[in-house]
Design a protein around this ligand. Structure first.
Ligand SMILES: *[C@@H]1O[C@H](CO)[C@@H](O)[C@H](O)[C@H]1NC(C)=O
Ligand SMILES: *[C@@H]1O[C@H](CO)[C@@H](O)[C@H](O)[C@H]1NC(C)=O
Ligand SMILES: *[C@@H]1O[C@H](CO)[C@@H](O)[C@H](O)[C@H]1NC(C)=O
Ligand SMILES: *[C@@H]1O[C@H](CO)[C@@H](O)[C@H](O)[C@H]1NC(C)=O
Length: 469
């Protein structure tokens, strides 16, 4: 192996830095052995994560991680996921360094109707993308994140407006007996597909709105969505597997059996809110228990988060690289809302987080995080992008603080300011745009871009065909 002069020079510079900074090379910077150590680790992880976000710089677009493919690796939804990760970060650590950046980012994406139907991005937007942004606003309302200025739409109004859009008959047609389609625009590939992802998100949004507002209409809709998912067979109540989706021209019987951690976590957390809202009903308790067991079995083998559909083969798309952290956050929250789940979940989340930080030894800093938590060491992924990898580990680490008492904000008691100027108008929210932009922000769209994962190829082929136009 002949090294070039440049790389020898680089190594000569890098080695002393690594040794001085971290003692032994390849030992993780991050410690989890005390409350303070966890906070310190979360702070550094947040700093590194936010260094990848430049939406607050002059000339950049607040809220997003740059332009989506083909210009950049990140779809629109991932900005929403970043914002909510940082809301939890503030809530759990008390560090408000990034709060203004987060408020600016969310507010910039609300769109003309204050419902996250943002013209720049809606051409490629799916129901789950809009829902993800709605959940960022909802989390802000739940956790008492500082209110936006009075002349801007308020958190709870934004979340309700997203729910109103998703609940409307435009979005919930009766093909396959109900449920949301994957895509919003009529001509997008995936418009003819009804899948678990947006429906699980809508279920989650409604369950949490029910608890926050006390309004039963949200819980009723979530119950209906649960019944639809089980009726159509996407949620299999024998094995408790949750499958990806089916096409409307087949009455959704051609079920694509890919499974993604984000979908299970949406459902487990949503079920926890339903359980809490229904005054601890046995029905929801049983559902949580069954689904949680299946989730841990499929997505936490050896108690370490693992993206089952794509991780082994390193065929996870940039989208999929961000799912583990969302799963961690939502399962951590589950332990607070359905406290009986803590006994099973807490030790798993802890062990998974230990594995997560152990492999954060990459990059020039020597503390960059990778994706393959089970492998015990940093490794690059085939898919582009590092935001998912950093965000996952921050999500896992901050989640360890969840039982330590609230430091940032209130208790999500529904007292959040509901005023402001939020109009929650639904008009125009669901107008098909006639674009042929490739679909975004969903496991299945991700599959189309890589196109190698056998289980998700059914949808992927369509997306590939369209991209070639
Ligand atoms: C953008 O936010 C970062 C924190 O993530 C901060 O350090 C930086 O100064 C901000 N830039 C501007 C232009 O405000
Ligand atoms: C829409 O795109 C324009 C032009 O790139 C940009 O200035 C604006 O901030 C974008 N708006 C949103 C909400 O992303
Ligand atoms: C289509 O699927 C729905 C949901 O599974 C079911 O209720 C309905 O009976 C099916 N329709 C036909 C014609 O098979
Ligand atoms: C319901 O949620 C609240 C937090 O909002 C929590 O304090 C309470 O313990 C939960 N109930 C159960 C039975 O877990």
């Amino acid at each position: 192996m002949i090294a070039s002069l440049a790389s020898i020079k680089a190594a000569a510079i890098a080695v002393p830095v690594l040794l001085a900074g971290r003692g032994i090379a390849a030992e993780s910077t991050y410690k989890l052995d005390s409350h303070d150590a966890i906070i310190e680790s979360a702070k550094t992880l947040a700093f590194d994560l936010m260094s990848l976000y430049n939406g607050n710089e002059t000339g950049e677009i607040p809220g997003v991680l740059g332009y989506p493919p083909p210009s950049g690796p990140y779809y629109w939804w991932e900005g929403g996921a970043l914002m909510s990760t940082m809301i939890d970060y503030w809530h759990l650590t008390g560090d408000d360094t990034y709060n203004d950046v987060v408020t600016q980012g969310i507010q910039h994406q609300v769109g003309p109707n204050n419902d996250f139907m943002t013209p720049n991005w809606t051409a490629a937007a799916s129901n789950d993308d809009q829902c993800m942004w709605g959940l960022a606003a909802l989390l802000a309302a739940e956790k008492g994140f500082p209110d936006p200025p009075k002349d801007q739409p308020q958190w709870l109004e934004l979340a309700k407006a997203v729910w109103d859009d998703l609940a409307s008959p435009d979005r919930h047609d009766d093909k396959c007996g109900g449920g949301l389609r994957w895509q919003i625009p009529l001509f997008n590939v995936g418009y003819d597909y009804k899948n678990s992802l947006p429906n699980a998100c809508f279920f989650n949004l409604g369950a949490r709105l029910a608890k926050l507002t006390g309004d039963k209409k949200y819980a009723d809709a979530s119950s209906e969505t649960w019944d639809w998912l089980t009726g159509v067979g996407l949620l299999d109540t024998k094995t408790w597997a949750v499958y990806d989706g089916g096409h409307v021209d087949e009455n959704c019987t051609d079920i694509n059996k890919a499974q993604f951690s984000i979908v299970n976590a949406y459902l487990v957390q949503g079920a926890a809110y339903m359980y809490n809202f229904t005054k601890e009903s046995d029905e929801w308790k049983q559902r949580i228990t069954n689904l949680n067991d299946a989730t841990l079995k499929t997505f936490f083998p050896n108690d370490i988060a693992f993206e089952a559909a794509c991780e082994k083969s390193d065929h996870c798309t940039t989208d999929m690289l961000a799912f583990k952290g969302l799963a961690h956050r939502w399962l951590a929250d589950t332990t607070q809302v359905a406290s009986f789940t803590a006994e099973k979940l807490t030790p798993v989340l802890r062990k998974s987080t230990e594995a997560a930080v152990k492999q954060c030894t990459g990059g020039d800093s020597g503390r960059e995080c990778g994706f393959f938590w089970s492998e015990g060491e940093f490794k690059e992924t085939e898919a582009e992008g590092t935001v998912g990898q950093q965000m996952n580990v921050l999500a896992a680490v901050e989640g360890l603080l969840i039982a330590d008492g609230v430091v940032g904000g209130g208790n999500g008691d529904g007292e959040t300011d509901d005023g402001g100027s939020s109009g929650s108008s639904n008009e125009g929210g669901s107008t098909p745009t006639g674009t042929t932009t490739a679909p975004s922000g969903s496991p299945t769209s991700g599959a189309g871009r890589i196109g190698m994962e056998a289980v998700v190829v059914a949808v992927g082929l369509g997306a590939v065909g369209l991209l070639a136009l």
